[in-house]
Ligand binder design. Structure first.
Ligand code: SAM
Length: 323
């Protein structure tokens, strides 16, 4: 085990034994659904930086996997949609975190009459070597873990998620990202990395790691302010702005002309006809937005039509359209 992974282990052992309310966590509301109550301790141990629980991924009783369990809040939220014995597999490399989440699930049973701890199968394991069968998972998730990994380890962790997902299965993630160059002192600070502050990549690099692993469709679902690293408190000469994103990587076959990356762009046709057909699978009804991937946005823009509007990326893609 290399050094930064040892430090990461120690940081999360400590965070399992003594909940650290300020660790990770962002502006996301702790959402609760009818009949779903989140125990206070799970809220205090919310070490994620966004949400990976999206109702639209969770129809038809998906088999779910969650890597890096933390206090267990998102596993409970996933179990709400599935409610089957071992419906959600939770994996963590830190014994104390597995133990803490096990205890938290017992508390969740008290608050939620529908919930049983047996809905969640907790297993000790490493994100880089998952104890999970090939092609067995519909929805896999990780929140605020992969940003900690250095490039080679990140590559392994993503490849593992790809391996265990069924065809068309989804990897749903939330992680910090940063568009600025970070200096080596920040990058090599094992503790800041473990605290999800100095490992983050620019969005394009993060997405490339996913498409290089074979995911044919990527959806950027949210992009939010996360943290500031300032010269007074961190080894940096400039202010560094960190955001967090929510991303889904879908194990669709890779299109021959490259991945479909949805960043929230739409096309609107406003010409004389009732619709515009680009003969490449996109029919734009007059004055109605069609969500398009970045590849299609480029192709449509290159037509140089005066009656076609292409919007900027919102980084809040929430479905619709195809390419
Ligand atoms: C930042 S916390 C996020 C916890 C949880 N996902 C959440 O949103 O609250 C990272 C989690 O990953 C676990 N972890 C750290 N290294 C890991 C590894 N190599 N494999 C699996 N889990 C790991 C930690 O114990 C911790 O539970």
């Amino acid at each position: 085990m290399s050094n930064y992974l040892d430090t990461t282990h120690d940081v999360y052992k400590e965070a399992a034994l003594t909940p650290d309310v300020g660790l990770c966590c962002t502006t996301n509301p702790i959402w609760e659904l009818p009949g779903l109550k989140i125990p206070r301790i799970m809220q205090e141990m919310n070490y994620g930086c966004g949400s990976t629980v999206h109702a639209r991924d969770l129809t038809n009783n998906p088999k779910m996997l969650y890597v890096g369990v933390g206090g267990g809040m998102e596993l409970l939220q996933f179990a709400y949609f599935n409610r089957e014995k071992n419906g959600v597999i939770g994996i963590d490399v830190v014994d104390e975190m597995l133990e803490a989440s096990r205890k938290n699930f017992k508390e969740a049973e008290e608050l939620n009459p529908w919930f049983k701890s047996e809905f969640i199968e907790l297993k000790k394991g490493d994100a880089m070597n998952l104890p999970v069968a090939d092609n067995s998972i519909d929805v896999a998730a990780q929140n605020c873990l992969f940003n900690i990994f250095k490039a080679d380890d990140l590559k392994k962790a993503i490849a593992e998620m790809y391996r265990v997902l069924k065809p068309h299965g989804r990897l749903v993630m939330s992680d910090p990202t940063c568009e600025q160059q970070m200096n080596d002192e920040l990058r090599n600070d094992d503790r800041l990395r473990a605290l999800c502050l100095s490992g983050s990549l620019p969005i394009a690099d993060y997405v490339k790691m996913l498409t290089d692993a074979g995911f044919g469709t990527i959806e950027i679902r949210a992009r939010k302010p996360y943290r500031i690293l300032d010269p007074l408190h961190y080894p940096t000469d400039e202010i560094i702005y960190i955001e967090s994103i929510e991303v889904a990587a879908i194990k669709d076959p890779m299109p021959v002309d490259g991945p479909c990356i949805f960043t929230g762009k739409a096309a609107i046709y406003y010409g004389e006809d009732d619709f515009f057909d680009d003969q490449a699978g996109h029919v734009l009804l007059k004055n109605q937005p069609l969500a398009i991937c970045d590849k299609t946005a480029l192709a449509l823009a290159s037509l140089n039509r005066h009656d076609l509007f292409i919007s900027e990326s919102t980084y809040h893609y929430d479905g619709g359209g195809c390419c």
